[in-house]
Design a protein. Structure first.
Length: 609
């Protein structure tokens, strides 16, 4: 590629033509408007120079003012394609000097032809110019300046990042700086001159490593213009891996970038690359803590752990989830991904819980989860007291008997002196009362046999019938034990769902997720069948659900007045529908549902005032 030369005349308009090697860069030549930046008069016989950068390269204007009219001038414009800026650097200063001599002495421009015959080696590079640029700046040279001659400003030194910010930069001899309209231009004289340099991209190495290089926020796939003496950060990017930064010290004007011969990439291992399940199904990813001993870094926002590829095959995985035993295992992470997650099964945390039946010598230990601890493992018994890992049980029948005794004592205490019977009546009454007290005081205690517990407590009773009943109770206890455990787990899962999931979904409740226990609950709620909602809540032992407690509280208010339910159904039914419903998209947000009920209550109460 060759340099080009253009002739420009600004007089009654602007006109330019190519003298040697015309090209696209010539379309960037413009009227400099020198009258706005220089104070020139007819006594000025000198030549001034100006640089102008564009996307194709650099234009060096050598300008001779004409005084036929203010602002007129003749110029020779040297066009330097950016691809040859470095290769032609040594010739630029001498060519500009010959251009000045040609203009100043009125010589024939064809005498410059030999300067534009040389082909230069091309080296393309990115040269980012700001979208918004200032108009002009100037730089002085000569005695007292760091740049003693014009030649010091030309050559490869024209590629100063400071210059890219302006549409034109004038080079002014220091003795003529009085000609500059300083209010119109920035002064760059004191700015430090940088030695331009070009970094060549590591294209072949990137292809071999399966990565891409980025520099200054864009892909590094062509030479990059910088300056010597600085350190440049190059970022390597590879799919599925953490970005890797390499720092390169620029110590040559044309310098190839070499990557390390072996790059130890750090693979991103996302939380979704693991399927964490418990005994009752999948566990929430957001509540699970993952850790890997070989990790290099952790990104909490994107939820991934970075692991060196060299250690993927035998990584030490640690998984923690509240209520479950921590899992430590050596795994192969090279094959897991969000599309094919590694399945990790956790066991619930269980500890020994001591159970004792109140009023008896029956005691036994069971391995129980924290959720199971407060549930009675015996059919017909309930928890009376929980103290750390000791639980006291009592039979539901004994509680009911105590309640009945209390009611009887209260009834007998209601007799006053006016109710004293006659002598004959007294005997009859006393016989009945004594018989009643005798019946209430006597009770039968069933034998127990559960898990590791042994022994049973038996009240006095005669006959083989009692013994057969005992055997039957033991058999039923064994059969019911596993069913109770399954029902208890399902109830805990339902409570967790009701209190943790928003919104509630029909597809969830009617699915096999809860073994059919919640079938119909959504429909009952959606059609305001409050009695069904309450019955299902009681039958499933869901009183531990905070959300169900809120729902039950508002339903009890709704049941106080039939007008509430009537108004609710009226406001929920559309003309084309036969049944009033709350939701029509298969989801119910509890806060919105309760808001609807409370709104109806307020409307009815306000109408009655």
């Amino acid at each position: 590629m060759k340099l080009a030369l253009y002739q420009q005349l600004v007089k009654n308009g602007e006109d330019s033509k190519a003298l040697f090697n015309p090209g696209n860069i010539g379309s960037k030549i413009f009227d400099v408007k020198i009258e706005g930046v220089l104070r020139l008069n007819s006594d000025f016989k000198g030549i001034t120079s100006m640089l102008s950068f564009n996307s194709l390269g650099c234009l060096v204007y050598v300008i001779k003012p004409l005084f036929s009219r203010l602002g007129d001038y003749r110029a020779l414009v040297l066009a330097i394609p950016k691809q040859v800026a470095f290769a032609a650097a040594e010739d630029i200063a001498s060519i500009v000097k010959k251009m000045e001599d040609t203009l100043a002495n009125g010589k024939d421009e064809q005498e410059l032809a030999s300067c534009f015959e040389k082909d230069y080696k091309e080296l393309d590079f990115d040269c980012d110019l700001p979208e918004q640029r200032n108009r002009y700046a100037f730089r002085c040279y000569g005695k007292g300046c760091k740049q003693g001659a014009l030649e010091d400003l030309l050559g490869a030194n024209i590629l100063q990042e400071d210059y890219f910010k302006y549409e034109g930069v004038f080079f002014i001899p220091v003795e003529h700086d009085g000609l500059v309209r300083k209010e119109s231009m920035d002064n760059l004289t004191a700015n430090k001159m940088a030695v331009p340099a070009v970094l060549q991209p590591p294209t072949a190495q990137c292809q071999k490593a399966g990565c891409k290089a980025w520099i200054a926020g864009k892909e590094f796939d062509k030479p990059f213009l910088t300056r010597t003496g600085i350190t440049v950060k190059i970022t390597l990017k590879k799919d599925g891996c953490v970005d890797r930064d390499e720092k390169v010290k620029v110590d040559n004007q044309v310098m190839p970038v070499d990557l390390p011969e072996k790059i130890d990439w750090w693979r991103k291992i996302y939380a979704k690359s693991f399927s964490i399940t418990g005994e009752d199904g999948p566990l929430k990813e957001s509540e699970t803590q993952l850790d890997i001993q070989e990790k290099v870094s952790v990104n909490k926002r994107e939820r991934f752990i970075a692991v060196p590829e060299s250690k993927l095959g035998k990584a030490h995985l640690i998984v923690n989830h509240d209520g479950y035993e921590p899992m430590k295992k050596v795994v192969d992470l090279s094959k897991c991904s969000p599309e094919k997650p590694l399945v990790v099964k956790l066991k619930r945390t269980r500890k020994k819980v001591s159970y004792k039946v109140a009023g008896t010598k029956v005691a036994f230990d069971l391995e129980r989860t924290e959720e199971e601890k407060g549930n009675s493992p015996l059919q017909g018994f309930e928890v009376q007291e929980v103290k750390d890992n000791e639980v006291v049980l009592r039979s539901k029948a004994s509680r009911k008997n105590e309640e009945r005794r209390g009611d009887e004592r209260a009834r007998l205490a209601d007799f006053d002196d006016d109710d004293v019977p006659e002598e004959g009546e007294e005997r009859s009454h006393m016989k009945v009362s004594k018989k009643l007290v005798t019946c209430l005081a006597s009770g039968l205690v069933a034998g127990l046999l559960v898990g590791g517990a042994s022994g049973w407590f038996l009240g006095k009773h005669n006959g083989e019938k009692t013994a057969m009943m005992m055997v039957e109770q033991q058999r039923l206890a064994k059969e019911r034990q596993e069913q109770m455990r399954a029902d208890s787990i399902i109830s805990v899962d339902i409570v967790h769902y009701l209190d943790s999931v928003t919104p509630w979904k029909k597809v969830d409740m009617d699915s096999a997720l809860f073994q059919g226990k919640l079938n119909g609950f959504y429909d009952a709620l959606n059609t305001y069948s409050f009695e069904t909602v309450q019955v299902m809540g009681d039958s499933l032992n869901l009183q531990q659900s905070k959300n169900l407690q809120k729902l039950d509280s508002v339903i009890k208010v709704m049941n106080q007045k039939p007008e509430y339910k009537q108004k609710l159904l009226e406001t929920s039914k559309k003309p084309e529908e036969t049944v009033p419903v709350f939701s029509r998209d298969g989801t119910i947000t509890l806060a919105n549902f309760l808001g609807k009920l409370e709104e109806v209550i307020k409307i009815v109460d306000s109408e009655k005032k």
